[in-house]
Design a protein around this ligand. Structure first.
Ligand code: TPP
Ligand code: MG
Length: 409
């Protein structure tokens, strides 16, 4: 008699009231992982897809072959952009609780990924983000916080005119493709855009974004196949923040292997990187961007991080995970880690940090005050119903003209 068959159903390593056991997370030592030349093969990145590329050690020193060429001025800019992102998120969360915004999504704990990645791209490159990469916009100066807040408040100055959910920004001028709520579509779109850039003989590259949970969608696998077959100039970012709303990342297949390893199997050079290490994020992003720009094809990067906040303002994580999870997460807080590094090299101090925090809080508060002048959900200053007929057709069809007349707008 053979034993009856059974399935393996992954269990989360922590539940409310029980401390999470993070021993499942394979963490390499800072500086311990090799850095191959950018023209290496996917085969040569096999070990890198299971290791964890890290630059900052526990004392805040930058060590090993992945230390990037970033001067203190750039590092301070990065730190400020991460702090600004965190403050922006905190204020918008409160604005949602005050009913000024209908819905919000924070990127608390994941700030280094989008901010350092933005620093590694060029003007004209196109990102296909999800709702947790606001740092891509806040790291640059092309889009003002006021404009972003008007989108969140669905007010008269909302550049999307109420056609997108709050947080679903769209900024062609800042290389930020319209966010699609249909997850994983970002990956096929990014690969398609990258292929079009190459077909046109252009020099711009694409950067696609997906979460750990969304890699279970078939679009993820389709995108990898096309990216590999045509050597598309694209960076494929998988943000593994351990959760997909209330589903632990193991449910999407991150338990006995890594998300980075998916890339190697498809013929794509792949890296697994400490997403809470600003220097490692910048270095890996530059490595991937250089490959794409040099016709060496796609790179898949798994960014290991932790979603410190709720999934969205519609979620209550205390129902499914321990409240102190983030504090126990072995990779720490990206803002603290970069600040500690700058202090360790004598380029920052506690006093400067406190001063920067005050300045940025004042800057974000001033932006919010300005945005609220154009209305919030509370006072009903929303775009006119007429806007739904505008900017869609070059010539409005007869039936829409009739509907607009009926509405009297
Ligand atoms: C195709 C699709 N399926 C389901 C959803 C509903 N949904 C929204 S967010 C989410 C979880 C996504 O988790 P993950 O990909 O890990 O990203 P994270 O929220 O952690 O950044 C789900 C299932 C969706 N928006 N699109
Ligand atoms: Mg996730």
């Amino acid at each position: 008699m053979t034993a009856p068959l059974h399935l393996h159903v992954p269990e989360p390593s922590g539940r409310p009231g029980h401390a999470t056991d993070f021993s499942f997370l394979h963490v390499s030592g800072a500086g311990a992982v090799r850095r191959p030349p950018v023209d290496t093969s996917h085969f040569d990145t096999q070990d890198l897809a299971y290791a964890l590329i890290r630059v900052l050690d526990d004392d805040g020193r930058a060590v090993g072959p992945w230390v990037p060429d970033l001067d203190p001025v750039a590092l301070r800019r990065g730190l400020r952009a991460m702090m600004k992102t965190r403050i922006f998120d905190a204020r918008m969360l409160v604005a949602q609780r005050q009913k000024k915004v209908s819905f919000y999504m924070q990127c608390l704990g994941e700030e280094a990924i989008a901010v350092a990645h933005a620093f590694a791209l060029h003007e004209g490159d196109m990102c296909f983000p999800t709702y947790r990469q606001q740092g891509l916009l806040l790291a640059r100066d092309d889009v003002s916080m006021v404009e972003m807040m008007c989108q969140l408040m669905s007010n008269e100055r909302d550049p999307m005119k109420g056609r997108q959910l709050p947080v679903m920004y769209s900024y062609k001028r800042a290389g930020f493709f319209s966010i699609s709520g249909n997850l994983a579509t970002q990956f096929v779109q990014a690969v398609g855009w990258a292929m079009a850039s190459a077909i046109a003989g252009d020099t711009k590259i694409a950067s696609g974004w997906i979460g750990d949970g969304s890699t279970a969608e078939s679009d993820f696998h389709t995108a990898l196949t096309f990216a590999h077959v045509y050597r598309a100039p694209v960076i494929l970012n998988v943000v593994n923040n351990q959760w997909a709303i209330s589903s632990f990342q193991a449910i999407a297949g991150g338990e006995a292997t890594t998300f980075a390893a998916r890339g190697v199997g498809c013929g794509i050079a792949s890296l697994r990187v400490d997403g809470n290490d600003f220097l490692a994020v910048y270095a890996a992003s530059r490595w991937a961007a250089e490959r794409a720009r040099s016709n060496l094809g796609p790179t898949l990067i798994e960014w290991v991080t932790y979603r410190a906040g709720a999934h969205s303002t519609s979620d209550d994580p205390s129902k499914y995970r321990p409240a102190d999870d983030w504090k126990r997460f072995p990779l720490g807080d990206p803002v603290d880690r970069l600040a500690r590094h700058l202090i360790a090299i004598g380029e920052w101090s506690e006093a400067q940090h406190a001063q920067a925090q005050r300045e940025l809080e004042a800057e974000v508060a001033a932006a919010q005050k300005e945005a609220e002048r154009h209305g919030t959900l509370l006072d009903g200053h929303i775009p006119s119903a007429a806007t739904m007929f505008e900017g869609v057709y070059e010539t409005t069809p007869w039936h829409l003209r009739a509907q607009r007349q009926q509405l009297g707008v």
